[in-house]
Design a protein around this ligand. Structure first.
Ligand code: EPU
Length: 338
């Protein structure tokens, strides 16, 4: 049975806590629910696929169908001498899934502990943290393809993963509802600890040869310190992507700004730290109306109480303007605006 709500309140379904209503809201626990909804006389466009609502800015009411993905289930699908293949329903909370894999001894997702949201949302923006992106552990997913009217299997290459980006944010936007995701977790485990925050945390805990659980614990500790818990303060994680600039731009900026954090990418391009750029503009902990940046991490916009989508947009634009004026760099928002 699919509970269907008309004029449904979405405030509790987006981690920013922004007020908005949906003309129709349906929970989707699998393909059968979806087919039932699509057979209803009211069915139509526009539609919005909603996971944990943790990467979303609702700018107003949604005059269409919100499909709240609630596909349950987690299981070991297969294993061979090289890897475990683990499957999870798109509605499973991501962090619980990570802890469950670790508890079973299937390591490989520990650097992505405590990321808010659901399993189904993880490939959409290719979640990443502390030296790992989900693309590196991804095998394939099953999604309902609204264009084909059928469930399809999509492999990693077809997902076209990039930094906080994939098929599902580009050509495939609005076309698919992800039902299940399969991860490939190599048995030859290697700790990913190159990221300074994690290394420092492990050293502080006097851990020399970290287990996967030690890394998860370190990541959890760092995240708790730096990032606001959406259950306590409304937010959508990093609000901007870290900008990638060409070699000439980087040289100019580095000459003017000693201490500019930089991460060399391929082809001479360099990734900068948006949080640092925002911080340098005096925005850390500062607010415009009910929206401000988090005092411990300027890259995260927070709802200080009663904010609307318009308030978020206003603060984001003010930050973009200041960063552009000071550094000549354009910041691109990471969350999806609806
Ligand atoms: N920094 C400042 N001031 C700030 C924030 C950062 O000076 O207010 C400096 C830091 O000192 C550091 C650099 O900027 O030198 C980078 O900061 P940090 O290591 O905290 O990471 P980030 O670039 O701010 C990215 C991801 C996070 C992810 C962390 C760890 C993006 C947009 N964000 O943040 O992802 O957890 O690295 O890997 O890529 C998310 O996407 O929602 C998210 C939280």
């Amino acid at each position: 049975m699919t509970p269907l709500l008309a004029h449904a309140d979405l405030q509790a379904l987006n981690t920013f806590g922004l007020p908005a209503r949906a003309r129709w809201l349906a929970a989707i626990t699998g393909e059968a629910d979806l087919r039932r909804v699509m057979a209803m006389p009211e069915w139509g466009e526009p539609r919005l696929v909603l996971g944990g609502g943790s990467n979303l800015v609702l700018t107003g009411d949604f005059d269409g169908w919100v499909l709240h993905v609630a596909v349950p289930g987690r299981r070991l699908l297969a294993q061979d001498s090289e890897a475990w293949w683990v499957e999870a329903g798109a509605g499973e909370p991501w962090h619980d899934f990570v802890l469950w894999t670790l508890a079973h001894g299937w390591a490989g997702l520990e650097n992505l502990a405590l990321i808010p949201g659901t399993v189904g949302a993880a490939p959409v923006q290719n979640i990443g943290a502390y030296g790992l992106e989900v693309a590196e552990r991804f095998a394939w997913l099953e999604a309902f393809d609204f264009a084909a009217g059928a469930v399809v299997r999509i492999d990693g290459a077809a997902c076209a993963f990039a930094y906080r980006d994939s098929l599902f944010k580009r050509e495939g936007a609005g076309r698919y509802l992800i039902l299940r995701v399969v991860f490939r977790l190599p048995k030859a485990w290697r700790a990913v600890t190159a990221y300074a925050d994690v290394t420092k945390e492990l050293a502080a805990q006097h851990v020399e040869n970290p287990t996967p659980q030690d890394i998860a614990d370190a990541v959890i500790a760092v995240r708790r310190r730096k990032l606001p818990d959406p259950a306590e303060i409304g937010n959508a994680g990093s609000f901007f992507k870290n900008p990638v600039v060409d070699a000439a731009t980087y040289s100019r900026l580095a000459a003017d700004h000693p201490g500019l954090p930089s991460y060399p990418q391929g082809g001479g391009t360099v990734k900068l730290a948006a949080g640092w750029l925002i911080d340098q503009c005096g925005w850390k902990g500062r607010a415009l109306g009910p929206v401000g940046t988090y005092p411990n991490q300027a890259l995260v916009l927070v709802n200080r109480g009663g904010a609307t989508g318009a308030d978020v947009q206003r603060a984001a634009q003010a930050i973009q303007r200041d960063v552009k004026a000071r550094f000549g760099v354009e910041l691109e928002p990471e969350p999806v605006f609806v």
